[in-house]
Ligand binder design. Structure first.
Ligand code: LIP
Length: 266
């Protein structure tokens, strides 16, 4: 087993353990711990507890590796490998009891910045369905042992696409204008509420494509590798009007250029 596949096996094991904790806490009742960038951007006690479990496991199994997580302070690597972690991706779904949330764990090499890192391995675990999407660089993307491939061609009815909206209401008009530009390509649109699941579903051919602005590194680190290893394209573009809200587009090769052009706009 190569080093990337060892990282993949560890990501899978930790994501499943962390996901089981998240699922248990969900059944026990969810407490909102605080709000972050806006009143809509919530963090639950479980987000923090699950991230602490992941961090604890990594400290023991991979001392010296760096950490970049949604809910706690970053730590620089001395080994060249950094773990990029979203303990509960889809926190609003989780809080409302919508069973569409995931634990997303990726290992990257180099500077822990999306534009500069090299993704080595990743796992996206969906506690509600028990599904584990996973990939290692150069070794393909898998769902519980079944190899994944993006959709080669969308149906003649159009592409089944997904998107998302940020927590800042001031960005919604622009996001809705983007949806209006993209809809002529679509048979329908999904708003699943978890970028890591959106990307895993593109890799699995459950969606033809996905686009969104303003994702954080931990929202897409593992999902982007899944899409690439399943034969798809994933692009992150800095946007002039708001540098912190980059545009992310992912799909199979057949629709990528038209989806990207429509999402980017004039
Ligand atoms: C969520 C993303 C989703 C996006 C939400 C939020 P969180 O991440 O997965 O795609 O639309 O605004 O950013 O906050 O649940 O980790």
């Amino acid at each position: 087993m190569g080093s990337e596949q060892l990282l993949e096996a560890l990501a899978i094991d930790i994501a499943r353990e962390a996901g089981e904790l998240a699922r248990r806490r969900r059944t026990e009742g969810v407490a909102i711990a605080a709000t972050k960038s806006s009143i809509a951007d919530i963090v639950t006690d479980a987000d923090r507890e699950v991230e602490e479990l992941i961090r604890r496991r990594l400290r023991v199994e991979r001392p010296g590796d760096g950490f970049l997580g949604e809910e706690s302070a970053a730590e620089r690597a001395t080994t060249g490998v950094t773990w990029v972690v979203d303990p509960i991706d889809g926190t609003v779904n989780y809080a409302y009891g919508i069973p569409a949330y995931a634990v997303s764990i990726a290992a990257v090499a180099g500077e822990p910045e999306p534009a500069r890192w090299e993704a080595l391995a990743g796992a996206v675990f969906s506690p509600a369905t028990g599904e584990t999407f996973h990939a290692a660089r150069g070794a393909g993307a898998w769902l519980d042992g079944v190899r994944l491939a993006v959709n080669a061609e969308p149906s003649p009815a159009g592409a089944l696409l997904a998107t998302g909206f940020g927590y800042d209401p001031a960005t919604h008009a622009g996001d809705l204008a983007r949806v209006a530009r993209v809809m002529p390509l679509a048979r329908d649109l999904r708003r699943i509420g978890s970028a890591s699941l959106d990307l895993a579903y593109v890799a699995a051919g459950r969606l033809d494509g996905y686009f969104e602005r303003g994702l954080a590194p931990w929202d897409h680190a593992a999902g982007a590798l899944l899409v690439a290893e399943a034969g798809g394209r994933f692009v992150r573009v800095d946007m002039d009007d708001n540098p912190v809200r980059a545009l992310f587009v992912a799909s199979g090769p057949a629709i990528f250029d038209s989806l990207f052009a429509a999402a980017l706009g004039p």
